[in-house]
Design a protein around this ligand. Structure first.
Ligand code: AP5
Ligand code: MG
Length: 191
């Protein structure tokens, strides 16, 4: 059986930052729905055109869009011991769709690893990243506010979903990048 880790957390929690060392250590394939969508936008595809306005306003794209992208990646990726899902699932419907997808191939979610930071730190981290990466959805504080709001309204309920499934593992995302990485490794080594 392959491993399916969900890397969970609010915007700016450090998912993308930590993903690189996690996939290296555990031989996983990093799948970030945010990154996949940004490359669709950059390539000017039909899907990218549909997603652009939603992302730039800080709203979620439709469940079916991201579910389709993830299903295609599962089908086409070989030679890995599992997947690290960064930014997916983000709604209860997506989590249920993921369970169905995995069930069809006799697989299941291994664990949901949640990096938690307070809302005040989110704005700070994203304002900092805005000066470096130039992501369209980082540029305006009101868009970041909406992403935080969307996280609480639509994504936070997943904590209870995975807790009930006995799969929720939370780590403190406050501290240096190295400190957070060590906390994640300590946890994952035990799973
Ligand atoms: P997505 O790209 O997933 O953005 P996000 O969830 O808002 O998360 P971020 O990428 O902003 O944060 P991160 O946790 O990766 O933080 P990072 O490591 O970069 O999604 C973008 C959009 O796409 C969504 O709004 C939505 O529209 C759409 N979308 C994506 N998935 C979807 C889905 N499943 N369904 C529907 N729509 C979807 O860190 C942030 C900054 O902090 C960096 O500068 C970093 O260097 C710094 N930093 C990190 N850790 C530390 C630390 N410990 N100390 C100090 N600084 C740190
Ligand atoms: Mg990210």
């Amino acid at each position: 059986m392959k491993m399916y880790f969900i890397l969970f957390g609010p915007p700016g929690a450090g998912k993308g930052t930590q993903a690189g060392s996690m996939v290296e250590r555990y031989h996983l394939c990093h799948l970030s729905t945010g990154e996949l969508l940004r490359s669709e936008i950059a390539a000017g595809t039909e899907l990218g055109l549909q997603a652009k306005a939603l992302i730039e306003a800080g709203n979620l794209v439709p469940d079916a869009v991201v579910e389709g992208m993830i299903a295609a990646k599962f089908r086409n990726t070989t030679g890995v011991e599992g997947f690290l899902l960064d930014g997916f699932p983000r709604t209860i419907a997506q989590a249920q769709a993921l369970d169905r997808m995995l069930e069809e191939s006799g697989e299941k979610v291994t664990a949901c690893i949640s990096i938690m930071i307070p809302d005040t730190l989110i704005q700070q981290r994203i304002a900092h990243r805005a000066t470096i990466e130039g992501r369209a959805d980082d540029a305006r504080p009101e868009v970041v506010e909406n992403r935080i709001h969307t996280y609480h309204a639509k994504t936070e309920p997943l904590i209870e979903f995975y807790r009930e499934a006995g799969k929720y593992q939370e780590i403190d995302g406050v501290g240096t990048i190295e400190q957070v990485r060590e906390r994640i490794f300590t946890l994952m080594d035990l799973l």
